[in-house]
Design a protein. Structure first.
Length: 98
């Protein structure tokens, strides 16, 4: 298995404080998508990070070696909606978990 850190960058630094109703609905779809991956065992943990430098979303994902991590984030509703969200993805050479 290979582990990755997915960092979701919102369309603006103030997003958590001033998202529109449309964006809030989009975030609910996003959360449902990641809950499904959590239930399947691909996602290990996910949620918002209230970083003083700027909020973002974080997820740790476990995939088999043959699965391209792009295949996971490309299906996220916030990416498919083309509303300015983007992911930064980094592999974890070693991961220790329960």
């Amino acid at each position: 298995m290979q582990y990755y850190v997915f960092k979701l960058i919102p369309p603006r630094p103030t997003f958590m404080a001033d998202m529109s109703e449309e964006e809030r609905a989009l975030m609910q779809s996003h959360a449902l998508y990641w809950r499904e991956l959590l239930a399947k065992g691909s996602a290990i943990v996910f949620g918002p990070v209230a970083d003083p430098a700027g909020p973002y979303g974080l997820c740790v994902v476990r995939l088999d070696e043959k699965t391209d991590p792009r295949s996971v984030w490309i299906e996220d509703p916030v990416i498919k909606a083309e509303r300015g969200f983007r992911f930064e993805v980094a592999s974890m050479p070693r991961a220790v978990h329960r």
